[in-house]
Design a protein around this ligand. Structure first.
Ligand SMILES: [Mg+2]
Ligand SMILES: [Zn+2]
Length: 221
C-alpha cells in the first residue's frame, strides 16, 4: 500500500479509482492500446461471471506487451482526472478525514497517475503489476479466498477501515464495487454501480460530479 500511515478519525472514505477518480478506465486504456490478443472477449466472460475478475486480470496482463517507459508516457498523455476530485481530496486532508483508494485493476497504472497528478499522498491498494515488454506480470496481495467479486477484495479494506472509524463511505462506478457497496454506511454510485445498486436494492446516492459528493459530505460532517 502506498501513501501516508493510517489515521484514526470518525469518518473514513473509501474510493474507487478507474472512472471515479480517473476520468476513464486506465486498465482498459492500456489494454486497448497495447494488448496483442482479444482482451475484450476475456472481459466479457468476466462480466458474465463465467470466469472471475482475478482470472481475467491474469490472462489480460500477459497480453499487454509494453515496457514501463512507453506505458507511463501513454498514461500521462492520455488519462485525465475527474474535475473536483483534487479539491475534495485536499479538503479531506485539511479536515483529517481519512481517504483511501481501492482499485481492482493494474496497480502500476495508479502509481504512475497519482504521482503525476501530485496525489501520491493518498493511500491506495490494488493488484500488483510489473510492466514488461514480453507481457505484464501480475500478483494479488489483497486476494481473499471467500470474496465472490474482487481480486483486490474491496470489502476487506472496508472492514479494516470500519475497525477504526464510526462511518465508512464508499464512492464508485463499476462492477468491481458490488460487494463493498452492500456493506458501506453510505454509497455514492454512478454508471454500472448505480445499475447494480438499483437491481440489488442497495441504498445509494447517485452522482455524476465530484462537487455533488463534496456538498453532501460537507453536510454530513
Ligand atoms: Mg471504477
Ligand atoms: Zn470482497
Amino acid at each position: 500500500m502506498g501513501g501516508v500511515p493510517f489515521k484514526v478519525m470518525d469518518l473514513a472514505i473509501l474510493v474507487d479509482f478507474d472512472g471515479t477518480i480517473a476520468s476513464s478506465d486506465a486498465s482498459y486504456a492500456v489494454l486497448k492500446k497495447f494488448a496483442k490478443d482479444d482482451w475484450l472477449a476475456v472481459e466479457e466472460k468476466a462480466y458474465a461471471h463465467e470466469i472471475t475478475i482475478l482470472d481475467a486480470l491474469k490472462v489480460q496482463a500477459t497480453m499487454i506487451k509494453v515496457g514501463p517507459e512507453e506505458a507511463s508516457r501513454f498514461l500521462r498523455e492520455t488519462m485525465g482526472i475527474r474535475p473536483g476530485f483534487r479539491e475534495f481530496a485536499e479538503w479531506c486532508r485539511e479536515n483529517e478525514i481519512y481517504l483511501e483508494i481501492c482499485s481492482d485493476g493494474f496497480g502500476w497504472t495508479i502509481e504512475i497517475l497519482l504521482c503525476y497528478w501530485n496525489l501520491d499522498w493518498i493511500p491506495w491498494t490494488s493488484n500488483h503489476t510489473v510492466p514488461d515488454r514480453n507481457g505484464w506480470k501480475i500478483s494479488f496481495p489483497y486476494r481473499k479466498e471467500d470474496c465472490p467479486i474482487n481480486a483486490n477484495c474491496k470489502c476487506s479494506h472496508f472492514e479494516r477501515l470500519k475497525e477504526n472509524h464510526g462511518k465508512v463511505l464508499f464512492i464508485g462506478d463499476g462492477t468491481t464495487d458490488e460487494c463493498v457497496s452492500k456493506r458501506a454506511d453510505l454509497v455514492f454510485a454512478r454508471d454500472k454501480l448505480l445499475e447494480i445498486c438499483i437491481k440489488e436494492g442497495t441504498d445509494c446516492i447517485p452522482w455524476d460530479r465530484w462537487d455533488e459528493i463534496f456538498n453532501k459530505v460537507k453536510d454530513l460532517v
